[in-house]
Design a protein around this ligand. Structure first.
Ligand code: SF4
Ligand code: FES
Length: 309
């Protein structure tokens, strides 16, 4: 430890004196100069430490991405591999962002940046759904550490039940058409005053909240063995929305129409009860409960509907 004061350059600064009540002047700034011999020794020490310190190998995240140039170019379907530096807490979306900034494959070939959808980055909009290692997940909330804890390669593919638009982007129009089919809205909009609506109890609000968190990500549809291709099944998300609207005191005015839209082809009877939807839903929506409730309501309608015609 150095006991003596370091050498001060220039004349000794005068001590600032001030009487009580007067403002004290700030002392002039002093430049501290380290003697050359000490500076040399410090530099040597630094060099020594740098050569002795063990160099940690930089962890690279390996990603294999399915690419396709356009919807009508299935011939361009291919795999490309990328490597990006690992950062603690990084998500699949962050890794994709890194690749987009410097789109080079693991072999150094410069390619077009991969295309995917994302908006909220907080698992709210449902846009970033994709297959991560074969399972449907949200890119924005999937941690790299979670899907590749031992630095395994991460495989990214577009959802398989919808037409691929480009790379990881798919066209989910079919899922939105199903929402139209079940009238997943409350038809009360208008310009005229129609008075107060029916009241909703807090218990009912709490019950409906569980079903209301759907973000139309289509994860449940991707995982459903009954959904996709030429099969007309509307899927869990549309059935859940029908139940949500039927539970609402105002929405229940269209309950019969909703139930009838689910009593034909592609409706509730097409559910195979595989329950994959509940396993993959990122919002933990009790889909089995809403499907069960709609199944009971449609059965009642089928048996006793003629009474109300
Ligand atoms: S029900 Fe769940 S998995 Fe299905 S679209 Fe809604 S949020 Fe996604
Ligand atoms: S970006 Fe919105 S859910 Fe992932």
């Amino acid at each position: 430890m150095l006991a003596s004061r370091p050498h001060m350059a220039g004349p000794k600064p005068k001590r600032a004196t001030a009487k009580a009540g007067e403002e004290r002047e700030a002392p002039p700034s002093e430049e501290i100069r380290i003697p050359a011999s000490i500076a040399e020794r410090l530099a040597e020490k630094k060099k020594e430490q740098a050569s002795v310190a063990p160099k940690e190998p930089k962890r690279l995240v390996k990603l294999r991405i399915r690419r396709q140039d356009a919807n009508d170019r299935p011939d361009t379907r291919r795999w490309e591999e990328f490597e990006v530096p690992f950062v603690a807490g990084m998500t699949v979306n962050t890794a994709l962002e890194r690749i987009r900034k410097d789109p080079r494959t693991a072999t150094g070939q410069e390619v077009a940046p991969p295309v995917w959808e994302a908006s909220c980055l907080e698992e709210t909009c449902g846009a970033c759904a994709m297959l991560v290692n074969g399972r449907v997940r949200m890119a924005c909330s999937t941690l790299v550490q979670e899907v590749a804890p031992k630095n395994q390669r991460i495989t990214l593919e577009p959802l398989s039940k919808f037409p691929c638009e480009r790379d990881l982007v798919v066209d989910r129009s079919r899922a939105f058409e199903s929402l139209k089919q079940v009238k997943a809205w409350i038809a009360i909009d208008g310009t005229q005053a129609i008075g107060k609506g029916p009241r909703e109890s807090q218990d009912l609000q709490a019950e409906r909240y569980g079903f209301s968190r759907c973000m139309s990500c289509a994860a449940c549809l991707e995982a459903c063995p009954e959904y996709g291709g030429a099969r007309p099944f509307v899927g869990a998300s549309a059935i859940n929305q029908a139940h949500l609207m039927n539970l609402h005191p105002t929405g229940s005015m269209q309950k019969v129409e909703r139930l009838e839209s689910l009593m034909g082809e592609g409706g509730i009877a097409d559910c195979g009860k595989a329950q994959n939807c509940i396993d993959v839903c990122p919002k933990d929506i009790p889909l089995v409960d809403s499907i069960g409730a709609v199944a009971r309501d449609t059965t009642k309608r089928m048996l006793f509907g003629w009474l109300f015609k």
